[in-house]
Design a protein around this ligand. Structure first.
Ligand code: SAM
Length: 310
């Protein structure tokens, strides 16, 4: 996952193992290693660029676009989306960016600021930030009786892990689409190594990290329940995470394990036999490919799910 949600300090019910997000220093170390040793960011960006090419054709008749980014984080994904679209033929692009973390929306605002000044041939971009959860954003419209604003594109990238009711978030995202609007979401693949580890050990890992351990297969099932009027497609995005050759004693391996199980200092703190069982699964063919030097590539695949109302 590309950046952490805000969480509070807490300890795990699973013995002495704490959520990775409860230890900011360790989280930053582990996340930094993940960014360096995985191609996730590049894989997501490549998929989005191709999808934006399709969107430019699909939304060809429009001059003005309205987009909504749900769980924008620090804006890395929005930067790619907006840069691609503003260099197409559109005149105005308005983007609503929603995230409950003030720290993240501040970073996002700083990152995207330069896009609001357009050059010849580029669309004029305006940004509206909502520092709130998507659920609360929807609730304010419901409370006031005001109709939900409609968007030409709604996207949720790596954020559905952190919501209590993903079905309701999906339902309200679909309701926010303009007639010809499209939705895309990116989520960890049901074929990834994470899926194998989370499904087998999820209940024995820290339960206090606000993560629902869903995979794209779980999300796909929810999308299919939205009704026959919603068309759903799914594409696998291949990605790998180089986790070294020794999960027990090397720092590379230990930080990778922490990121995968979302627990701080798992190798040092987890009780046996849980530790050995988890490490064996991560190193097994189910999750990992090994080269001739014994270096392991963890399956970091993602899934892109796209939807529209027929
Ligand atoms: C892993 S980050 C992904 C950020 C960004 N989409 C990306 O891919 O780089 C997840 C983001 O979702 C946000 N988030 C968590 N719960 C949310 C909710 N209920 N509504 C909207 N955003 C939420 C978090 O604050 C965090 O910034």
């Amino acid at each position: 996952m590309s950046s952490a949600p805000d969480t509070t300090n807490s300890t795990s019910g699973a013995g002495s193992i704490r959520s990775l997000y409860s230890d900011t220093g360790r989280y930053l170390q582990s996340f930094g290693a993940f960014l360096k040793d995985s191609d996730e960011h590049e894989a997501i960006i490549n998929w989005i660029k191709t999808y934006m090419d399709e969107m430019i054709v699909h939304l060809g008749g429009k001059k003005d676009l309205r987009l909504m980014s749900v769980g924008c984080g620090d804006g890395q994904v929005d930067l790619v989306v907006i840069e691609k679209l503003r260099n197409a033929h559109f005149q105005n692009i308005h983007v609503t960016l929603i995230d409950p973390s003030g720290e993240q929306t501040d970073r996002c605002r700083t990152l995207l600021q330069s896009l609001t000044t357009s050059e010849e041939g580029q669309a004029q971009v305006t940004l509206t930030f909502k520092t709130t959860s998507f659920e609360d954003y929807i609730a304010t419209f419901e409370a006031s009786g005001e109709a939900l604003p409609k968007y030409d594109m709604v996207y949720l990238v790596q954020m559905l892990y952190y919501v209590k009711n993903p079905f309701s978030v999906l339902e309200n995202s679909i309701k926010s689409l303009e007639g010809t609007g499209r939705l895309f979401l990116i989520h960890v693949s049901g074929h990834s190594g994470y899926a194998k580890v989370w499904k087998k050990f999820g209940p024995r890992l820290p339960q206090d990290d606000n993560c629902n351990y869903t995979t794209a297969d779980d999300i796909r099932k929810l999308c299919d329940q939205l009704g026959d009027h919603v068309h759903v497609d799914q594409t696998e995005i291949e990605s790998t995470f180089n986790i070294g050759s020794d999960l027990r004693t090397s720092l590379t391996g230990q930080l990778a394990v922490d990121f995968i199980v979302e627990a701080a200092e798992f190798v040092e703190k987890a009780p046996e036999p849980l530790k050995s069982e988890v490490l064996d699964l991560i190193a097994s063919d189910e999750c990992t490919k090994k080269n001739e030097k014994g270096e392991m590539s963890f399956n970091n695949n993602l899934s892109a799910i796209t939807m529209y109302v027929r």
